[in-house]
Ligand binder design. Sequence first.
Ligand code: ZN
Length: 244
Amino acid sequence: MAICKTDAFVIRKFDFRETSIIVEFFSHDFGRIKGILKGIRGDAKKFGSRLDIFSLNHIVFYQSRGSEIHLVSQCDLIDGFFNIRQDLAKINLASFLMEMISVVMALEDKNEDVFKLILSCLRDLADTHDAHKILNIAQIKLLRLSGFKPHFDSCVLCDSEIEGYANFSTAFGGLLCPKCAYRDMNKHDILKGTVASIRHIEKSDWQDIRRLSLSSPVRMELKSMLDKFVTFHLEKRLKTVRFL
Ligand SMILES: [Zn+2]
């Protein structure tokens, strides 16, 4: 078993047996990984972190060959993002982003851009008065960087250019032109302004888009579209897990 060290965000965790927890991390060097911390619930001081959701930690773990769950031997808190934890709405938004990472990122697939995105998003969430906007921008960036890559450049099915009126299909993961729209009964309309904002966010650096202003219809549409997208894929994944 190789010993590995990395910095990692806690994205999910649950109790295991009497005193252990299993934690899903998003790490700088290994992407999304799962680890077990033995005995932490029996002895809280055994590790240098409480492993709170969205905290950033330095971890040492033994890489398991036969299992996807690795044994974490050390864990020390780097940043608990305490400013976020003073605001319930911000806690929920940061937790939602962690849940989304767990859904859209493949296991053990290193992605430094996603790691940097989480860091930028959490730092800005701590300061901002517009937490929903920060979250929506992070979600769009995350989808672009993930395996999902929703298609907003042309029709996701026939690749024809889309002018004006468009539909978004959660199931196909992109825009549908008027000719292809019938292929998804659950498609929904999407404003031109929303598509333009998404394209702009996808192409720009984090520092430039934090100042982006979004009109309230675009904001509402982005929120509902992203919620539907994540819920759809989360349910799909849960169903797959149940059948295994
Ligand atoms: Zn089409």
